[in-house]
Design a binder for this molecule. Sequence first.
Ligand code: GLN
Length: 492
Amino acid sequence: MSNLTKLTLSAARDGLKTKDFSAVELTKAYLDVMEQRRVLNAFVTETSDIALKQASLSDIKLTKGNAGAMEGLPIGIKDLFCTEGVRTTACSRILETFIPPYESTVSGKLKRAGAVMLGKTSLDEFAMGSSNTTSTFGPVINPWRRKSNFASPLVPGGSSGGSAVAVAAHLALAAIGTDTGGSIRQPAAFCGVVGIKPTYGRCSRWGIVAFASSLDQAGPIARNVRDVAIVLNSMVGYDPKDSTSAKISVPDFEMALTRDIKGLKIGIPQEYRLDYLSNEISKLWDDGIAMMKDAGAIPVQISLPYTKYALPAYYIVASAECSSNLLRYDGVRYGLRIDGKTLDEMYKKTRANGFGKEVRRRILIGTYVLSAGYYDAYYVKAQKVRRLIYDDFNKAFQNVDVILTPTAPSSAFGLNEIDDNPIAMWMNDIFTIPTSMAGLPSLSLPAGLSVDGLPLGLQLIGRPFDEETVLKVADVMERSIDFKEIPSLLRD
Ligand code: GLN
């Protein structure tokens, strides 16, 4: 069968069951396309030998009738998830040669469910960024191009840019990412695919290279809502190895797609109507609201007044946590070491050479806000603001079931277009960060094209541990939007 890589994950799952093709055939089809599209630089490490071995085992299980929920389905794994015996770099020079002796809980669960690992996908160094341009292995390229300027490459968004491109360019059926302030949702929006960040605590963080532990959360990226629901089912669950993982029952997310959203109240936060929001994004949002109304839902104006403080507070909290988490890279225990005459000199040389510019910037900010003289003024204040943001959402959710906003304030931008402007880069997450600060589940859905032909996303935010409502609403919207566009580089 040809065109295997055009199938959605659920269609591939059905095809494997009915033996239309084998897991080995499906995997080989993906490995071929990965090779053809290496210019996109989506994968840091390709694991074709492992993939083929896993696929043949899957074929045996499919024949015997003891297949797992992800049996034989080829996926990409963000190179922030430790994979046993397979290099895990966080796209940093400091971990360039690190081979973990253990497997992260989430990737291990997917493996046990039968998923086939095609390789490790690229990210911004240590997941800090919104463009996937800070990887030590070079930038990832978005398969979409502007109509007005087909020649110039665009960023895929970040930090999970490699995972989003792997899905958008049909290099994998799905891929997993992590989201600290928007790193699943913003690249999903920039690449025209679906991504969900579940509630903080839904997925175990064990074995994921830590950026900001109170914010980091794993989640899937795939081509449609059903597909993310399927992958999410195999990622979640309580893990005693992560003290912040939630001991809460896990529903079947695919079963949540009932198509009925009649009477659901959809919150529209007035504070997200930023003065500088472009007309096309405002219109996209209005169209989304209208669509929900047609489906029987009720739009309700809500207010999230502390939203405007979310971004500055996030960069204090996230930087503080990163400065502490990244202390472990000292040239002694992990990865790179550059020798010096004294122990201090060895630390300095190793860290100065091992970390890139953005990571060093965050470590400096984090160390500053945690220092004795500034702790109360910055860190403690930011934590208080975080609580107020959470309270805002909590109050809103007394009246509404789900909240609808744009995912990002723009479409994908050009490679190197805003690299020298960290504030402009940080502004990309203006709509995704409040949700992260509050730990809520949220999903980005491709909702239309910009005038220049680039995908734009809408974001749905749910109550804590109510991924089901988020997925159900997203599924209904997906059906009415009927987004069929394919990336510029994939059109023949
Ligand atoms: N862009 C944000 C940052 O740079 C979010 C990154 C993320 O979610 N990992 O921190």
